[in-house]
Ligand binder design. Sequence first.
Ligand code: COA
Length: 159
Amino acid sequence: MTVAIYPGTFDPITYGHMDIVKRAAGLFDQVIVAVAAYSGKQTLFSVPERVTLIQQALAGLSQVTVLAFDNLLVDFAKVQQASIIIRGLRAVSDLDYEFQLARMNQQLADGLETLFLMPAEQYAYLSSTLIREVARLHGDIDAFVHPAVASAMRTKFKE
Ligand code: COA
């Protein structure tokens, strides 16, 4: 059984992330969406909130599980017996950062392979930061995120 791990901050999960998870679920027996507690980013949603939103957005995908982690990704992957790290590539501009991440993870755990998947073209411009900004200014985010996420964001920005 091949286990793939899809790590990220997911603050919040977008239709672009969901597209990557669905593609990975078509390739591997089990996909773990791994929500990073430490990614160097100040987040809008807490880790448990992000986990719950991802579970709601991906309900129905039976081989996908959602877990939080607060250690090194390579160590978490080892405990989960994952042999593949999935990362999404939206545009060439993602490559620089993704290469650094993949190379560092390769140095830390040779044999744990990073696999890049491309989301559908209509999601190529999405980012969690932009969606948070649109929501904060009360713009319409329904085309970018699952209804459960859109509702949680509206609640956040009313608080
Ligand atoms: N659709 C939409 N947006 C996408 C996307 C897609 N398919 N793929 C990436 N993005 C966006 C995200 O929304 C995010 O945007 P933002 O910067 O505006 O928030 C950005 O691209 C990348 O975010 P994400 O995919 O969530 O990953 P990340 O770069 O935040 O995650 C970790 C980095 C969590 C993988 C990394 O910090 C990590 O592994 N941390 C654990 C500790 C560790 O091991 N550190 C050493 C790493 S070598």
